[in-house]
Design a protein around this ligand. Structure first.
Ligand SMILES: *Cc1c(COP(=O)(O)O)cnc(C)c1O
Length: 226
């Protein structure tokens, strides 16, 4: 087995183990392979093992790799910071956008998504730790933003996303992910039907799965250090 296929198998096993340990439905946790800074040939190799969903942070880099891989049927997730002058390209090149934190960005994505395509799937990024330097909406404003965004025609609001700052404590990791899960429940009590919690990376994926992650975004553990 190659490095990549070994790493891929290890992560799939970890996901399965965590689903069992935390009483999650089998296959309820989807893996997004985060391929930022890694070459197209590594993506191609992982795709040949059965992986379909890939996450990218940098638009120009992603478009270059997508061109090289256009013979494959892949699902592309934009997980980077969204600049408003890039929304049009994002709607053309991606199936999902995870980091929406302003109505203005959501509206641009909706306005610019081609009518030929199905609505683009989006998540609202929530800043759970009120860090001034990080993007994401504050939890207090998430319900209102979700209500507003859900009225836009060419996007489909799927759920919430968070990137907690690194912390070695499993219980601290869990507490933050629990807050995101509760916030999703609160939004759904307000009448929406969101089904996605995009949370968990290489160092906190188990805690995220324990708290209900539906999509984990894994880079380092699959492709090696960046
Ligand atoms: C880079 C990145 C990841 C992957 O992080 P790893 O720790 O390498 O697994 C996940 N989510 C986002 C938003 C990222 O920018």
């Amino acid at each position: 087995m190659t490095d990549i296929s070994q790493r891929y198998q290890t992560i799939l096993d970890k996901i399965k183990q965590a689903e069992i340990q935390y009483q999650r439905e089998p296959n309820s946790v989807k893996l997004i392979a985060v391929s930022k800074t890694k070459p197209a040939k590594m993506i191609r190799e992982m795709a040949s093992l059965g992986q379909q969903a890939f996450g990218e942070n940098y638009l120009q880099e992603a478009i270059g790799k997508q061109d090289e891989l256009s013979d494959l049927d892949l699902q592309w997730h934009f997980i980077g910071h969204i600049q408003s002058n890039k929304t049009k390209d994002i709607t053309q090149h991606f199936d999902w956008v995870h980091g929406v934190d302003r109505f203005k960005i959501a509206k641009r994505l909706s306005d610019q998504r081609s009518d030929q395509k199905s609505p683009i799937d989006i998540c609202l990024q929530v800043n759970l730790e009120a860090e001034l330097t990080k993007s994401g909406i504050s939890p207090e404003h998430a319900v209102d933003l979700a209500q507003q965004v859900s009225t836009l025609p060419n996007i489909r609001l799927r759920g919430l996303m968070a990137i907690p700052s690194p912390n070695n404590s499993f219980s601290v990791q869990r507490r933050l992910f629990m807050q995101l899960r509760k916030l999703l429940e609160q939004i759904n009590q307000s009448g929406l039907k969101l089904d996605t919690l995009s949370m968990g990376m290489t160092d906190d994926m188990e805690a995220a799965i324990a708290e209900g992650a539906t999509h984990i975004r894994i880079g380092t553990a699959l492709f090696g250090a960046r």
